[in-house]
Design a protein. Structure first.
Lengths: 164, 783
């Protein structure tokens, strides 16, 4: 018989809101966000850390939420796609850019791209196309061929610089 | 009225929700009391099941049920229904919900475990004990035909599911009269679509209402609904299937049925609780349908001026362990081979062969890339043999613009004649040569060679049958608010139907695109249709939407004529109003017209149906044929076998464009999948039929580092076969990529006598071939 997984109480800040939950030690962070907190914008594409669909930000840095346990996020701050737009009326400039440049089709990989790109453009506000390609090379998209995603990141960088 | 919406690059209606993370994909459906299913899958490609012991799994924490074939009701024990029959498909063997005593491919479902959480279900699945008697597996389709080969289905005494031949003209005579005859063998290998979302099903049964609701990541919700109702002995209107947001489809998400699609709803009814199944990526590799392996032996008869007299193509199609989808792929491959060229005498023959591998069904292109690969390789061989430029050989064989409609002489996948409706192939070729600057290529290539760089130019042309029937429908409904609600049966997996269909309606009714809400893929909203496949949605459903919108427009004018006391001829629809031409202040809003068409009391004219609403269907008489050409300049590093695409150009003709931004997005994605399938992605099976590539670290989907920028030019040759003049675009991007890819690499090493007959060419294969050909600096194979 398999041993029962131990349970732990964790306290995590997600998109500015504090959550306290008791979770199994083996619960993946992606499953915690999706099923415990109902934040289903974070998608799970491969569960082995390659596709990047589950990318969220942990203390501001993009991470694969399928490669972390929820208990590892105890005391940390997480940002998901649901935390990007400032309010119900407006989108984040990166979201606007993806909309305008047709940077998404089925939309499944999109939240992961957005969280990767948001962190990237904070570090590199005026990237070259090669830098953009490299920055998003850890996120797989099967619909767009990346052409319009690259365009969207370029446009997002312009929007963010203009708004600064 | 000037076009304001049709043909414009309008931003998508579906995006704001998706960008906020508010899409609803199947795995986002969370229901109270929901159970989770995990499957026990066969570790063997071919084996007898001697014994299954579920007792330990049943005793595991959180487990509610463990089901094997013996536990299924009679209606779920037999083979699942065949999808598309064909007179030559003698042995239409289909898959099972759970394996009945024998497994025929690794990964086939053997038992289902249902538990309170997915974690618990997966734990317990490990505890199901299955005793197998492994049997020798049939892995290679050519060996499958040898006498004494093991049989995938012993009861039929053969591994051949079908043998089909189509002949045009007199092939023997063509070969007798030819100046040049040659033979080649081509082997496109196995690949897989790999949408970013795996498959999933959630079902809940309401015992009071006696209704079954299913969320399914399918491309064909209506057919799933009808099929399940039949299988379970229910009325169709007791079953509602919703394909919510689907995270990419590309073909394999249309099957009817994957085992999980049958098991999950049945378990939900049996257990009285909602049940969810979400496939993991590893399962997706062997449990979701694959495609692409064929072996073509082709003979060609040519005149010395390069014109083709005849082609005899005899090929094998590996269908895997079962053949639920029938012969669509090999028929499409046969019918796509002639492409834009005149082939007066053509013998197309294939055998569909069973092997102990995952089932094959259409993946974006569905046989088209194979046909194009063979044809375009043939053209290049002719050019080499006769010393004529490869573009000139193409030009000499092209169908001319004044030859439409052009009858190829074959019967297509829809059982209608393969007759090209319209096109301008020399026009496409000219545009393509201009985009890739073909006239400057010889000088550039020489310059590259001087620099010690191996750079080649490849190009390929194709014709794509799109928009197959039988029909699709749509209902257009104007709300009292003036907003328009459109429902149609075709689901969407990212193709932008919520926008392109809205553009069609906006154009007809003079409303804003964002005021048109399009609902797709919910049998509760519209329950006639077949599904999203074969580049057909814009053509078939799009025209149904247009016809319904035109009916709504006619009715709006009639009702408004009464309200405005004007005659219909004097009215126009614009800015969400019906108004008098030249007197825009005399107007009523479409919302007011909708209210007037559906009054609470009073009378409406005899014969007039209530509401501002219409439903229409479009039944295309045959396919509409898109066409295109791709060209690329590719550099190869002989030391590593790695490549870099320096330029990629596409010319595309899908008739009238509804939204060029969307069409270009479809092309980009197709090209990326084509690049993957040409160089990076391969499914590797060992001699026992074990799939060795089951992660994204083994099966390399291109990233942004591998896909180049893509230059696109359009040509618009409207289809005369439908009111909108549109043709399909969904699969186009992928079709010519393997052909031009190999062409470019051969060109880069011209003079070394390299001839590639297989795709994908991975870096190792390429490096080895270069070393064998004596290319300086080419790395030798690892010892």
């Amino acid at each position: 018989m398999l041993p029962e997984s131990s349970r732990h109480r964790i306290r995590v800040t997600v998109n500015g809101q504090v959550y306290e939950r008791e979770v199994e030690a083996r619960l993946l962070l992606s499953d915690f966000l999706r099923y415990e907190l109902g934040l289903t914008g974070t998608h799970v594409g491969c569960e082995h850390g390659v596709c990047g669909a589950c990318t969220v930000q942990l203390d501001g840095q993009p991470v694969r939420s399928c490669l972390m346990f929820a208990v590892q996020a105890d005391g940390r701050e997480i940002r998901t796609v649901e935390g990007l737009a400032p309010d119900e009326e407006r989108l984040h400039p990166i979201q606007e850019a993806f909309w305008e440049a047709h940077g998404l089709q089925c939309g499944f990989c999109t939240p992961g791209f957005l969280m990767t790109v948001e962190a990237f453009l904070r570090e590199n506000p005026d990237p070259t196309d090669e830098e953009i390609r490299e920055a998003i090379s850890g996120n797989l998209c099967r619909c767009t061929g990346y052409v319009n995603i690259i365009k969207a990141v370029r446009l997002a960088a312009e929007k963010l610089r203009a708004g600064r | 009225m000037a076009t304001r919406y049709f043909g414009q690059p309008i931003k998508r209606n579906e995006d704001p929700r998706l960008l906020r993370g508010r899409g609803l994909y199947v795995d986002d459906v969370q229901l109270p009391g929901m159970l989770h299913m995990a499957l026990v899958r066969s570790p063997y490609a071919r084996a007898r099941i001697r014994r299954i012991d579920t007792s330990k799994a049943l005793a595991a924490p959180g487990v509610v049920a463990v089901i094997t074939h013996a536990d299924l009701p009679a209606n779920l024990q037999g083979p699942l229904p065949p999808l598309i029959p064909h007179p030559t498909l003698k042995h239409h063997k289909t898959q099972f919900a759970l394996a009945p005593g024998q497994v025929r491919h690794a990964g086939e479902a053997v038992a289902a475990v249902v538990a309170e959480s997915r974690y618990a279900a997966e734990d317990a699945a490990e505890l199901v004990e299955v005793e197998y008697e492994p049997l020798p597996a049939v892995v290679d389709m050519e060996k499958a035909l040898e006498p004494g080969s093991p049989l995938v289905h012993e009861d039929i005494g053969t591994n051949v599911a079908a043998h089909y031949t189509q002949v045009v003209g007199d092939v023997e005579k063509a070969f007798a009269e030819a100046d040049l005859v040659f033979e080649e063998v081509f082997r496109p290998d196995r690949g897989q679509a790999q949408p970013m979302e795996t498959r999933g099903v959630v079902a809940v049964y309401d015992r009071n209402l006696e209704t079954l609701t299913i969320w399914d990541s399918t491309q064909a919700p209506i057919r799933i609904r009808s099929g399940l109702a039949e299988l379970y002995g229910m009325r169709a209107n007791q079953v509602r299937v919703i394909a919510p947001n689907v995270g990419g489809g590309f073909g394999p998400k249309i099957m009817m049925f994957y085992p999980e699609e049958v098991l999950v709803p049945w378990l939900a009814m049996k257990l009285g609780r909602p049940v969810k199944y979400i496939e993991d990526r590893r399962e997706h590799f062997f449990a979701t349908n694959q495609e692409r392996d064929q072996v073509h032996r082709v003979q060609v008869a040519v005149r010395k001026d390069g014109t083709i007299l005849g082609i005899k193509d005899v090929f094998l199609y590996d269908t895997g362990a079962y053949i639920p989808y029938g012969l669509i792929i090999p028929i499409v491959a046969s019918c796509t081979l002639p492409g834009p060229y005149k082939i007066p005498n053509y013998h197309a023959e294939f055998k569909a062969v069973f092997t102990n591998k995952t089932i094959c069904s259409p993946y974006r292109g569905a046989g088209r890339p194979h046909g194009v690969f063979v044809m375009e390789r043939i053209i290049n061989r002719i050019a080499e043999e006769l010393g004529i430029d490869r573009v000139e050989v193409r030009r000499r064989n092209l169908i001319q613009p004044d030859e439409f409609p052009y009858d190829v002489g074959l019967i297509y996948q829809d059982n209608a004649p393969l007759r090209y409706d319209s096109g301008n192939y020399p026009g496409l070729l000219d545009k393509l040569l201009k985009l890739i600057e073909y006239d400057q290529w010889p000088a550039r290539k020489e310059q590259y060679r001087k620099e010690g760089r191996y750079v080649g130019l490849g190009l390929a042309l194709y014709v794509e049958g799109t928009g197959v029937g039988p029909y699709e429908g749509a209902r257009v409904h104007v709300e009292p608010s003036g907003k328009v609600w459109v429902a149609t049966g075709v689901g969407t997996q990212g193709q932008s139907h919520q926008t392109t269909f809205a553009q069609i309606v906006a154009e007809e009714l003079g409303v804003r695109v964002e005021d048109v809400e399009v609902v797709t893929g919910d049998t509760g909203a519209f329950h006639w249709g077949t599904g999203t496949f074969a580049s057909r949605a814009a053509v078939v459903a799009g025209n149904a939407v247009a016809l319904a919108a035109r009916d709504v427009k006619a009715k709006a004018l009639e009702v408004a004529a009464n309200l405005l006391e004007a005659s219909v001829e004097d009215l126009e629809l614009a800015d969400g109003q019906v108004r008098v031409k030249g007197a825009p202040q005399r107007a009523v809003s479409l919302g007011q017209v909708a209210v007037a068409a559906n009054p609470l009391r009073g009378t409406i004219p005899p014969g007039q149906e209530p509401g501002l609403e219409a439903a229409r269907y479009f039944n295309p008489p045959q396919s509409a044929f898109s066409a295109g050409g791709h060209a690329a300049i590719i550099e190869v590093d002989p030391a590593t076998g790695m490549i870099k695409i320096l330029k990629y150009a596409v010319v595309h003709d899908c008739g009238r464009l509804i939204n060029p931004m969307v069409v270009e997005g479809q092309i980009h994605g197709g090209v990326a999948q084509g690049i993957g399938g040409s160089f990076y992605e391969r499914l590797v099976f060992d001699e026992n039929g074990q799939l060795l590539t089951t992660t994204f670290m083994d099966f390399l989907i291109p990233t942004a580092m591998e896909v180049p920028d893509i230059v696109i030019d359009h040509q618009e040759t409207p289809s005369p076969l439908n009111p909108l003049g549109v043709k399909g675009a969904g699969e186009a991007g992928v079709i010519p990529v393997p052909a031009l890819f190999v062409d470019a690499i051969e060109d880069a090493f011209s003079g070394y006598g390299l001839r590639f007959r297989e795709v994908p060419l991975d870096p190792n294969r390429l490096r080895q071939a270069l070393a064998e050909a004596g290319v300086p600096g080419a790395g030798s194979t690892a010892a």
